[in-house]
Design a protein around this ligand. Structure first.
Ligand code: AMP
Ligand code: MN
Ligand code: MN
Ligand code: MN
Length: 284
């Protein structure tokens, strides 16, 4: 029972790191990575809780990246969390978030929706990692949309009325920072990007050229078709396979069940066989 992608209140999840680890454990999870957006502040609490409930906790983070004008998410796994190069990149990525939320708020105001940025900042437990998820929560609370998905298709998603351009870290800097910190870089939820097949191949090629090693073959509630397609793509690019629920909350759109993911197709080489910690060690 493995889950290498989920979120706590340190970014846009609703469970604290301790609550998240306990809930994953209750679901039968034995190997968990907490991967908050651009922040590793929950790992200490998560590890302490993991020790009390028999879970192996892998250091994780999900880094927002701008690649050829698109936002792509890169997960880092099993890195040294105190690595200064990685931490500097995360600080830099977080630094524009509050201003970005205000810019999105201004666009929502033009649609007649007022006070969104202030509300999002008060909903967010950690203003440093305030995100569109918190804006979505405000839009749901105020009755503008029925659910998180609709908040993105109506207002917040790429090309929609309240979308704003933002420059995150580069793909190269994000992958290299994870590697500098002795971690493994993973392309998150490749099935979610609206790129052509060629675009996806380019992404994986470039990602590999910087030292990236893995791709999520299973993300959230993605089904068997995606799993088989991305297993083949992983094999073709000699990438390790990762799995993650991308769990955020019980009551919001989030996809998979926390702590458990469907089994990988047999052709996959699982990323966890390369972790330095148990269950199977990777050589340094
Ligand atoms: P941000 O970091 O502010 O760009 O917010 C990104 C977060 O919004 C993601 O991590 C997801 O939690 C959520 N999100 C993005 N796109 C969608 C979507 N189409 N449907 C639901 N949630 C989404
Ligand atoms: Mn999120
Ligand atoms: Mn993501
Ligand atoms: Mn995520």
């Amino acid at each position: 029972m493995i889950d290498l992608h989920c979120h706590s209140t340190v970014s846009d999840g609703t469970l604290t790191p301790a609550e998240l680890v306990r809930a994953a454990s209750e679901n039968g999870c034995t190997l968990l990575a907490l991967t908050d957006h651009d922040h590793t502040g929950g790992l200490h609490e998560a590890r302490q809780t993991a020790q009390t409930c028999g879970i192996t906790l892998i250091n994780g983070v999900e880094i927002s990246v701008t690649w050829r004008g698109n936002t792509v998410h890169i997960v880092g796994l099993d890195f040294d969390a105190d690595n200064p190069v990685l931490q500097k990149l995360l600080v830099q990525n977080r630094s524009g978030r509050i201003e970005r939320i205000h810019r999105i708020g201004e666009k929502l105001a033009k649609q007649g929706i007022h006070g969104a940025a202030e509300a999002a900042l008060s909903i967010a437990s950690n203003p440093e990692t305030v995100s569109r998820t918190h804006l979505a929560e405000f839009l749901i609370q105020q009755g503008y949309v029925r659910n998180k998905q609709q908040a993105f298709t109506k207002y917040l998603g790429h090309g929609k009325a309240a979308a704003v351009a933002h420059e995150w870290a580069t793909l190269q800097d994000a992958v290299e920072a994870i590697i500098q910190a002795n971690g493994i870089a993973v392309v998150a939820h490749p099935m979610r990007y609206h790129f052509s097949a060629t675009g996806k191949r380019r992404l994986l090629e470039e990602f590999k050229s910087y030292g990236g090693q893995a791709v999520e073959v299973q993300s959230g509630s993605s089904g068997l078709n995606d799993r088989l397609n991305y297993a083949l793509l992983a094999e073709r690019f000699h990438l390790l396979a990762s799995v993650g629920s991308d769990f955020h909350a019980y009551n919001r759109y989030s996809g998979g069940t926390l702590g458990v993911c469907p089994e990988l197709p047999p052709i996959c080489r699982p990323v966890w066989e390369h972790f330095r910690q148990s269950p199977i060690s990777r050589p340094d």
